[in-house]
Design a protein around this ligand. Structure first.
Ligand SMILES: [Zn+2]
Length: 136
């Protein structure tokens, strides 16, 4: 298992990488607590979204996040990380799929981004099929 320090170091490296490439990278959702303000517009709220895009780090609440990221393609992977961060920020239980993908995401050092991204795509696809069948 990774230590928290290792995880934080890896996360910083990924943020730095995203800032350098200019790619979209979803960092996560933080709990600002009741009465927190949107770092973008100052509106009152609680959950602060953080992401990287076009070489800059951004933070805003859900409404502003949606507007500010409108031009960025919504992939299954992006949706997954947004949903997962919401669950984690709100202390909701994670599913087996969530844990699988988090586990894959932690293996980038050993197996490389290409392999990990492919496996995550495959897992998301399996989850999509599973969810479609579950709906009868
Ligand atoms: Zn705002």
């Amino acid at each position: 298992m990774e230590t928290i320090e290792q995880k934080q170091k890896k996360e910083s490296a990924r943020i730095a990488q995203a800032l350098e490439s200019g790619d979209f990278y979803f960092i996560g959702i933080g709990d600002g607590g009741v009465g927190c303000c949107c770092p973008h517009c100052g509106a009152e709220g609680r959950w602060v979204y953080e992401w990287c895009w076009q070489g800059k780090r951004h933070a805003a609440m859900a409404g502003c996040y949606k507007v500010l990221t409108r031009s960025i393609p919504v992939t299954d992977e992006r949706k997954f990380w947004e949903q997962l961060s919401t669950k984690m920020a709100k202390g909701k239980e994670l599913s087996g799929w969530d844990k699988n993908i988090m586990n894959l995401d932690s293996m980038r050092d050993q197996y490389g981004d290409e392999w990990v991204d492919k496996k995550i795509q495959e897992t998301l696809e399996k989850r999509r099929v599973w969810a479609a069948n579950k709906r009868w």
